[in-house]
Each structure stands twice: as structure tokens, then as C-alpha cells.
Design a protein around this ligand. Structure first.
Ligand code: ZN
Length: 429
């Protein structure tokens, strides 16, 4: 073959192989381990590494890791572990490109969490659960959370990021205000003699959390709408620690990361649980998942270089994704974790309306939450009844079925709370 023609004659098979190879290089190795010490038997985990975005396509795999810390029994945690992923995937249109799929995820997570909560309530389960749900596709990590389990990330260069919200009433003023405005009462438990003890709880119900899945006997303002954060790691990778509050009540993020430094994921998870128990004893279910996101063929995590920041300092600033990034290549820092998406509002209208570059996310005749088919004109706009719709019109989508619309209004406090346990009875945690 003459060299002159080489440029024009790359066989298709070679081009395809190049594509497959570059796809492979793009994907990190995911190595995970988990450990747990049970006190109440209400912590559950989900670990799935070979999920397929496109059924039958081995190149479209993603991984899912979840912790479900149940309260008032384990039914809600088990139900959520078994149904949440399907409800999330069911809210994403089929035949999307990978980029579109990733862009659709934050909204699908909201729909999946709310549908799971709604389905669970129809089964009249009074237990509840926290959820910290992590989806890893390539170098993109998407985390959705309700409650007080937590997910932290340490990037390969040693910066620490929090990828979940803390929905404990005790430490989240914004959520206390929302619950109060929606008709709930926030206060401590009254004991005989009028003294108040314990953490801040929400009444009726006595829950310490402002968000959860389940909890049918608590006001609807305890919502299942998750905080969602999506970040892209550099190809140097990083380590995730996903743990229930049994770990975080005993260990700071730095302590958790430092106590298992250099260990492979399974030994690291064991060490973190051991460390938590050593400091506080077995006072609660204590569960930990460690996930290493590693450059291919680098299966043992390297010891990160000396920190660029002081110990205990959370990296608050992410590199913001910029639409002009391609024209500012000289500023690109390969080892920086890039924030793609962050939203924590409890308002469904704000969460379902995010502008994705996908017209088919807004199917006219399908409920945006439960995906049920609706007849024309049956759907109710998520903006209907909103006092501050701005440029949005009440006939704009996305649309909800009447049942999900009723759920939305209840979550916004537009319905009287059910009769629940009073503030003077013993509360739950
Ligand atoms: Zn619906």
C-alpha cells in the first residue's frame, strides 16, 4: 500500500476498533468493598457494578452503590433497595446518548425517589429510610441523597468533597424553615416536668430528619425529594466513602479517609467500621461502602501526594463547567474535580423543570413522576397553582397525573397533615 493513500484508506474495522479502545481507556476501574456492624438490623446496601444503560451493550455499563438506613422497622429500606433503581431508570427515555443520559439523571433521580415514596405509602408502610444513592458512569459520579447517611469523595490529588446533603433538622436551618412553613412543628421531646431533651424533631411523628423515603405516619412535608450532586473526576480517579450515620457520628471525613489510607477498598471499609466502633462503641447500625475509581491497570490506590490544603478543610469550590471551556484550553487543570450539577430544592416544580437539552424528557402524555400514560388534557402542569411562576405558564410541562399532583401539593404543605403521634409521646429516630 502506498503511503500516499494511507490517509484516505483507514479501514472501517480499524476506525471502529479505535472507537472501542478509546471508550475503554475512558472508563476507570471500579473496585469496591463494604463492611457493616448491625445493632438494629435496619441498614441495607445495594452494590451493582454491571448495570447497562443500553440493554445488551457491554460498553454502556455503569455502577450503582446505595445505603438505606431504615427507622421504625426495615420495610421501607428493603422496599427502596429493591425498587429505587428501576424507578430511576424508568424515568429516563430510551435511546439517549451517554451525554444525554448523564444530563437526564438528576431529574430522573428526583422522579424515581418520589415514585418510590408514593408507591411505598400506598402499601401503608409506616417505616422510613434514608437513602444515599451513587451512580458511577465513566468518570462521572452522580449522588442523590435524603436523610443523614453521607457520601464523601477524595480526589487523587487529595482534595475532599461532600457529595450529599445532611437532612438532620438539628443542623439544617433551611429545612427547619421549610418544614415549619409547610405546617410542621419543630422541637425537642417533652418529658414529664416540661424539660426538653434529645435532638430537634418534627411533629407530628417525631422524626429527626426533614427528608426520607417512607414515613407514612409523619407529615407529608418530610419529603423524598433528594439533594443531587453530579461531578466529573479527572482521569487520576479518587475514592468514595458512603456510610450510614453510625460511621459519621464517630468519625470526621478526614479521620475516615486517613484511617484506611493505602488500603484496598474492602480492607478500607472494614477499617472505617472498626475505627467508628472503637471510638463510640456499637450504638447504631454502622455501615460503610468504599469505592475506588481507578485509572485502568492501576488496581492498587497510590498514596496521594502531600495535600495542597490544610487538613480538615473541605474544598468548597469546584471548577464550574463552562460552555466556553473548549476555547479556554490553557486554563484546564487535569486533576480538578469538575462540578456538573448541584440542586437541593424540596420543590418538585423546580426539580422537574431543569432545562435538559432533551425535548423528549417532557412527554406530553406521561406523568413526569410515575411515568403512567395519561389521556390528552388529563395531565396537570407542575407549575399550576404556583404563586411565583415568572415566565412559566400553567399550561407548560412537564405534567403530572392527578395522583402525583396530589402528592406534590401535600409535600408543599397544601394539605392538612395526617393525625400523627403527638409531641408528648415517645419519638422515633
Ligand atoms: Zn403520576
Amino acid at each position: 500500500m502506498s503511503t500516499r493513500n494511507e490517509h484516505h484508506m483507514v479501514p472501517l474495522s480499524v476506525l471502529l476498533k479505535r472507537e472501542v479502545t478509546s471508550e475503554k481507556i475512558e472508563k476507570p476501574d471500579i473496585v469496591h468493598g463494604q463492611a457493616s456492624q448491625s445493632k438494629k438490623g435496619e441498614d441495607f446496601t445495594l452494590l451493582k457494578t454491571e448495570c447497562q444503560r443500553i440493554p445488551g451493550d457491554g460498553n454502556s455499563t455503569f455502577s450503582v452503590f446505595g445505603i438505606f438506613d431504615g427507622h421504625n422497622g426495615s420495610a421501607a429500606a428493603i422496599y427502596t433497595k429493591e425498587n429505587l433503581l428501576n424507578n430511576i431508570v424508568g424515568a429516563i427515555p430510551t435511546e439517549l446518548s451517554r451525554d444525554e443520559w448523564l444530563a437526564a439523571l438528576p431529574r430522573a433521580l428526583v422522579a424515581g425517589f418520589v415514585k418510590t415514596d408514593k408507591d411505598l405509602q400506598e402499601k401503608a408502610k409506616t417505616s422510613g429510610t434514608t437513602v444515599t444513592f451513587v451512580i458511577i458512569d465513566g468518570w462521572v459520579v452522580t449522588v442523590a441523597s435524603v436523610g443523614d447517611s453521607r457520601c464523601i469523595l477524595e480526589s487523587a490529588e487529595g482534595a475532599v468533597y461532600s457529595l450529599s446533603a445532611d437532612h438532620r433538622l438539628e443542623c439544617n436551618e433551611e429545612e427547619r424553615d421549610r418544614v415549619t412553613a409547610s405546617g410542621g412543628e419543630v422541637g425537642r421531646l417533652n418529658i414529664v416536668g416540661g424539660a426538653q431533651i434529645g435532638p430537634l424533631r418534627c411533629w407530628p411523628g417525631g422524626l429527626c430528619l426533614s427528608r426520607s423515603i417512607g414515613d407514612m405516619d409523619v407529615g407529608e412535608f418530610i419529603v423524598p425529594v433528594p439533594y443531587v450532586k453530579q461531578v466529573k473526576l479527572s482521569t487520576a480517579g479518587g475514592r468514595l466513602i458512603i456510610s450510614s450515620d453510625g460511621v459519621w457520628d464517630a468519625l470526621s471525613s478526614e479521620t475516615a479517609l486517613n484511617c484506611c489510607r493505602g488500603m484496598p477498598a474492602d480492607a478500607a471499609a472494614e477499617q472505617i467500621v472498626k475505627e467508628a466502633l472503637h471510638l463510640k462503641g456499637l450504638r447504631d447500625d454502622t455501615t460503610c461502602i468504599v469505592v475506588d475509581i481507578l485509572p485502568v491497570e492501576k488496581l492498587i490506590p497510590s498514596v496521594p501526594p502531600p495535600k495542597k490544603q490544610g487538613k480538615g478543610v473541605f474544598k468548597a469550590m469546584f471548577k464550574k463547567k463552562s460552555s466556553e471551556s473548549s476555547s479556554h484550553a490553557e486554563y484546564s487543570e487535569p486533576d480538578v474535580v469538575e462540578e456538573i450539577f448541584e440542586e437541593g430544592s424540596a420543590m418538585l416544580a423546580e426539580r422537574l423543570d431543569t432545562e435538559y437539552p432533551l425535548c423528549n424528557m417532557f412527554k406530553l402524555f406521561m406523568c413526569a413522576v410515575c411515568q403512567v400514560d395519561m389521556k390528552p388534557k388529563e395531565g396537570i402542569s407542575v407549575h399550576s397553582g404556583s404563586s411565583n411562576i415568572g415566565k412559566l405558564r400553567s399550561w407548560d410541562g412537564p405534567f403530572l397525573c392527578s395522583s402525583c399532583q396530589a402528592k406534590k401539593e401535600a409535600m408543599e404543605g397544601k394539605k392538612l397533615p395526617r393525625d400523627g403521634r403527638s409531641r408528648n409521646s415517645s419519638g422515633s429516630d
